[in-house]
Design a binder for this molecule. Structure first.
Ligand code: AVI
Length: 334
């Protein structure tokens, strides 16, 4: 944290936010990293997105988990007790069905919820422990993208890491591969990873999911501007930027942008800095990669996981894969 020295505006400035904004808006084309979406208002808007009729991802993945939870858990556990570790757990809504399936095979379940913010986790912890007797929730407040350490499991216990919601899709492929490799290095041979990814489908369906009629995704995207105005003292006029959702076929990803409606200049009073925008110029705020059959298994294999199973919905819109950590070379954890 640093306190800005500007005489006009004095704010507590998060250095990580300032650095990301200076780098992103100083680049050509302009970009901002998607983690900037998730302040309290952005996290709330994302929860609303998951319930939109157009945003099929959450509903479809939940249906896959509901249909196959017992099978997934049996495959992951084999003859062992399971411990769950969910990355980016948030409210852990979809995980409940897996918890119940695990509790049908074993007494009690340790659920480690990993997230950057303890706020969402605290509410989830109380609710889960109240509503699903036998689950003990441990909160691990950390940014799993920057490396993390997990405790070793108890004897006779295996860890199943849950990485669902297509969260891996918001990272560039090399970054996603790095995260999975890092994760693998924290696991013992035979531990599992359950990965949920969204699949390539009809373009109109994808566009609708990222540009809903009610405008919730537009508000989510523009929340970056709101956040910069509040935290960095900028004067973005929200009416002067349009939400744009684009299907990039070549890169197999949905992109979100904020497009400037005119030539304009935005002043960051707290940073004593100005940024110019041309009419039609965009800030690229998010990529959401869409996968094809076999891609998730290949990602798992590359990170050191043997494929154990893949499940999809009837329409082939979303996929859940389970991989098992393979034995590593000498000098590693197991
Ligand atoms: C969190 N993540 C998987 C969402 C996605 O679909 O890429 C974020 C999101 N962006 C727009 N709508 C939802």
């Amino acid at each position: 944290m640093s306190v800005a020295a500007s005489p006009a505006v004095s704010l507590q400035i998060d250095e990580q936010v300032e650095r990301a904004v200076r780098i992103g808006l100083g680049s050509r084309p302009k970009t901002l990293p998607p983690w900037l979406f998730y302040d309290a208002a952005g996290s709330e808007l994302f929860e609303q997105i998951t319930e939109l009729p157009e945003y099929y991802l959450t509903r479809t993945e939940r249906a896959i988990l509901e249909s196959h939870a017992s099978e997934m858990v049996a495959l992951a556990g084999g003859g062992n007790r399971l411990r769950f570790t969910e990355l980016g757990a948030g409210s852990a809504e979809k995980t409940r069905v897996l918890m119940k399936a695990a509790l049908a095979r074993q007494d009690g379940l340790m659920f480690e919820a990993v997230d950057v913010s303890a706020t969402a986790l605290l509410a989830a912890q109380a609710r889960i422990e109240r509503e699903i007797p036998g689950v003990r929730v441990a909160l691990l407040e950390m940014d799993y993208t920057n490396g993390f350490e997990l405790d070793a499991c108890d004897a006779g216990e295996r860890r199943l890491v849950l990485y669902i919601g297509s969260s891996i899709a918001n990272f560039e492929p090399e970054e996603a591969a790095r995260i999975l490799r890092k994760l693998r290095s924290q696991l013992g041979a035979g531990d599992g990873l359950l990965l949920g990814v969204d699949l390539v489908k009809d373009e109109s369906r994808l566009l609708a999911a990222y540009d809903d009629v009610a405008g919730v995704t537009a508000a989510f995207n523009k929340n970056m501007l709101v956040r910069m105005n509040r935290e960095l003292g900028s004067d973005f006029d929200l009416a002067m930027f349009e939400h744009r959702a684009v299907w990039n076929e070549t890169m197999s990803r949905m992109e979100m942008h904020l497009e400037s409606c005119a030539d304009q200049r935005v002043r960051f009073a707290a940073l004593d800095w100005e940024v110019e925008f041309l009419a039609g110029e965009t800030i690229h705020t998010e990529n959401s990669y869409k996968f094809r059959s076999g891609d998730a298994e290949a990602m798992l294999a590359e990170a050191g996981f043997a494929h154990a199973g893949t499940w999809t919905d009837k329409r082939g819109w979303f996929e859940v894969c389970v991989g098992k950590a393979e034995k590593l070379g000498l000098g590693t954890r197991e």
